[in-house]
Design a protein around this ligand. Sequence first.
Ligand code: HEC
Ligand code: HEC
Ligand code: HEC
Ligand code: HEC
Length: 413
Amino acid sequence: MKRRVRNHYRMAFVFMVAVGAAIVDYSSGANAQAARAGAVKKDGLQAVYATAVEIAEGKRIAQASCVRCHGLDGISTVKGVPHLAGQRPAYLYLELRAYQSGARGKKVMDGAAEFLSDDALVKVAAYYASLDPAQPVAASGAKPVPAKPGPVQAGKADAAACAGCHGEGGISKTPGMPNLVALDPKYLVAAMKGYKSGQRKHDVMQSLLAAVSDADMNNLALYYALQKPARAQTPVTGDQAAGKAAAAACAGCHGKQGVSTNPDIPSLAGQDAQYLATALQAYKDGSRGDESMKGLAAALDDRVMKDMAAFYAAQPPQPPNVRRPLTTAEWAKKCDRCHGVNGNSVAPFLPALASQRVDYLEKVLRDYRARVRKSSAMAAMSDALTEADVENLAAYYARQKARAVVFVPVPGK
Ligand code: HEC
Ligand code: HEC
Ligand code: HEC
Ligand code: HEC
């Protein structure tokens, strides 16, 4: 029933719609989903048929108003200016309307689209959509962008400098050295900042963290929080039963078995016993400042401190409540649900991302996140993206091969 349109008529349909006549398709094969996507009405779009003549008119409009930024071939050589070649036609038209209304900023296109009629917008959109898309970044000879390590990977790399004292994966093997595993990232970051600022006094930790940025601290904390917890591999001496009885007073904050559910309060389960006893001593003598702990520790003698330390050190540590962030590949899977396989959208009003300029992709993702560019779908998506995610996803899509769409008419009634 379908009739494939010859190449120069490739964009025979600009907008899908309404009354049962049109279907979008990929050159690579039939896709039933496309038919449904095409059938969705958006902004009251009507079915519009762009003929070769109209596409030629679109080209003249482009020559007059668009080429200095987008080029006649729709392949941009200007930073921040997107490729338009092969982009989905209804999407191009909707964005042009967004520029006209000011929704995407008044100045970005130097008013190029401002005075064009609706008819002209349709034609120029059809023209750019009919062109062969850009080659992916890697294929065009540009150096592929090296993937930026995600936060966990970055934290792992930084943690190499800590393993000598705190153990591999934050599991201490040295009496007096705290475990860093099984602690909430919020507590870990606060502890590190405390050392760095000198508020928590420890010369060694202060100098070690002097040059560590907030972002690196976040990465380190996340890395340790995601490691498999284990008790410190250090000796435990003291009377655990006596310690357990005395620790009843601490359960309200540190948890019954030393597993805290408050991210500001450290878990004590599985912590190195010597470190725990020293910390209590430090609260008591005031060398470690904390109002709630100072009062509590003041009443404890050395014996009780040791027993409590022994009790907590023997408890099984639990992982804090943090989720591993998604990898770029996992993110891309979510994005592809709307933007099509590898960013090759099959819906006429959803943009293709494949082979788009990397600088432009980064910019718009940041724009969505900052609400400079408004879209409810993209606001929700972009909020969860870190800077590394933005850069990696932009690089990922810029590397994907763009596939042009072939629009196929189905005979109507
Ligand atoms: C002065 C340079 C300039 C001119 C002239 C210009 N554009 Fe643009 N265009 C841009 C820039 C920059 C952006 C990206 C702006 C942003 O980030 O929102 C853009 C974005 C677009 C987009 C959105 C693409 C997307 O992927 O979301 C479309 C569609 C577009 N231009 C079409 C046109 C058409 C059609 C013309 C001629 C009528 C034109 N532009 C003229 C600079 C220009
Ligand atoms: C030379 C040994 C040494 C190295 C290397 C070291 N630390 Fe420490 N760290 C210590 C000691 C000792 C303490 C306990 C200090 C105290 O009593 O406050 C400590 C405490 C900490 C604490 C507080 C734990 C808690 O339960 O409150 C954190 C967090 C920490 N270190 C993070 C790091 C990180 C991250 C690195 C690597 C960048 C690192 N440390 C490297 C010796 C070291
Ligand atoms: C009111 C809540 C509260 C109670 C009750 C409490 N703690 Fe704490 N505890 C904290 C907070 C908050 C910190 C972190 C303070 C800081 O940053 O130095 C802490 C820290 C500690 C630390 C240091 C852990 C580390 O990783 O450095 C030890 C050890 C400790 N508490 C033991 C106890 C013991 C033993 C008791 C019972 C006698 C107790 N706490 C009761 C709130 C409490
Ligand atoms: C629920 C559907 C949906 C999902 C999921 C989604 N997007 Fe979008 N995306 C959209 C829509 C709709 C637009 C057009 C919004 C507009 O008009 O500004 C868009 C626009 C974009 C644009 C702008 C394209 C251009 O040419 O200007 C980029 C870049 C983008 N999305 C990237 C992503 C990435 C990366 C993800 C995954 C993290 C993602 N999107 C997930 C629906 C989605």
